[in-house]
Write a protein that binds this ligand. Structure first.
Ligand code: FAD
Length: 268
C-alpha cells in the first residue's frame, strides 16, 4: 500500500493550486476510468488526487445552431444522451455511445479522455476531423496542435482541460472496428465534410496515437464517396503491430473503416 491524499476543490483555481503546491506528483481525478486502473496496477502512484468532479463550471453541453461546446467534466453517457448533439452532429453523438461499456460511459469524461490521449481513444478522431478547439483553464488550443504523440498532449504541468468546442459539419460519420475483448478501437475513423473539404481522423491504428489521414482527405475532398478510396492506401510503417493485428492488417483496416464511415456520413 502507499499513501495518497484526496482533495475536493470547488473552483478551477483551487484545483490548480493543489497541483501547483504539491510535490510534483499530484494528479487530477475525473471519472477515474483510466487513472484508478493504472493505480491498481501500480503504473501510477500519485501522492495527491485532486478531484475535478465538484469544480464549478466543469459540466454541461451547449448547442447553438451548429456550434457545440462540451465542458470537460461531461461524461460520455451525457454526450450520448444529448438530443441536440444527435440532431446536428450525429457522428459525434454515435461515437460517444460506443466508448467502453455503460460503467465507463457513466463515469468517464471527455476532458479526461482528451488529457490522457490513449492511442485508441475515440474522441481525438472527431476533434481532429472537426477542427475542434480544446479549452483549458489557461488558453485555447486547436486540436491539430493539441495531440502530440502517444499519451502526449500540449497540456502543461497542472493545466486543466475545461472543454472542447466545434462547428458541426454538413456531414459526418464515425465507424469503430472494436477489439471484442477490450472494446477499444483496433481502428476508429471519423470523417467530416464541409463544402468541398473532407477531413479524416484515425485512432487505434497509428503507433503515435490518433492522426489525420491526408491521402484519404485528398481523395474524399474531390469525391466524397466510399468508392473514392478504393485505390488509396496508407503505408504500414507507422501502424501498430501487436498480438491483435499486424501493421499490414491495420493499414488495410484504415481504408476499409474509412469507407464505412463515409457511407455512414452519407446516410445520416
Ligand atoms: C474497460 C474500459 C474500456 C474503455 N474503453 C474505451 C473506449 O472504447 N474508447 C475510449 O475512448 N476510451 C475508453 N476507455 C477510457 C475511458 O474513455 C475514460 O473515460 C477516459 O480514458 C478518461 O477517463 P476519466 O475521464 O475517468 O479520467 P481519469 O481516469 O480520472 O483521468 C485520466 C487522466 O487524465 C487526467 N485528467 C482527467 N481529467 C482532466 C482534465 N479535465 N484536465 C486535465 N487532466 C485531466 C488525470 O489526471 C489522468 O492522468 C475505457 C476505459 C475502461 C476502464
Amino acid at each position: 500500500m502507499y499513501e495518497t491524499q484526496y482533495k475536493r476543490p470547488t473552483s478551477l483555481s483551487e484545483a490548480a493550486g493543489f497541483v501547483a503546491g504539491g510535490d510534483g506528483d499530484a494528479k487530477y481525478l475525473a471519472g477515474g476510468m483510466t487513472l484508478i486502473p493504472t493505480m491498481k496496477q501500480r503504473l501510477a502512484a500519485p501522492t495527491m488526487l485532486v478531484d475535478l468532479r465538484h469544480v464549478e463550471g466543469m459540466k454541461g453541453i451547449e448547442v447553438n445552431g451548429r456550434s457545440i461546446t462540451i465542458k470537460g467534466g461531461t461524461t460520455h453517457g451525457e454526450i450520448a444522451a444529448h438530443e441536440g448533439i444527435a440532431a446536428v452532429c450525429p457522428g459525434f453523438h454515435y461515437l460517444a455511445s460506443v466508448i467502453g461499456d455503460p460503467a465507463v460511459r457513466t463515469l468517464g469524461t471527455i476532458g479526461g479522455s482528451v488529457a490522457n490521449f490513449d492511442p485508441a481513444a475515440d474522441y481525438p478522431t472527431a476533434l481532429l476531423a472537426l477542427g475542434a478547439t480544446i479549452h483549458t483553464d489557461k488558453r485555447q488550443v486547436p486540436a491539430d496542435e493539441f495531440f502530440l504523440g502517444l499519451f502526449e498532449t500540449a497540456l502543461e504541468e497542472g493545466e486543466i482541460v475545461t472543454g472542447v468546442s466545434f462547428e458541426a459539419p454538413e456531414a459526418c460519420g464515425y465507424e469503430k472496428f472494436r477489439n471484442p475483448a477490450s472494446r477499444y478501437a483496433m481502428c476508429g475513423v471519423f470523417v467530416a465534410r464541409d463544402g468541398g473539404t473532407a477531413k479524416v481522423g484515425v485512432t487505434g491504428a497509428g503507433s503515435n496515437g490518433a492522426f489525420r489521414w491526408s491521402d484519404g482527405e485528398a481523395a474524399l475532398s474531390s469525391n466524397f464517396s466510399a468508392d473514392a478510396l478504393k485505390d488509396v492506401s496508407i503505408g504500414e510503417g507507422d501502424m501498430i503491430s501487436d498480438l491483435h493485428g499486424s501493421s499490414a492488417y491495420r493499414a488495410n483496416l484504415v481504408r476499409v473503416v474509412t469507407q464505412r464511415a463515409v457511407r455512414k456520413a452519407l446516410s445520416h
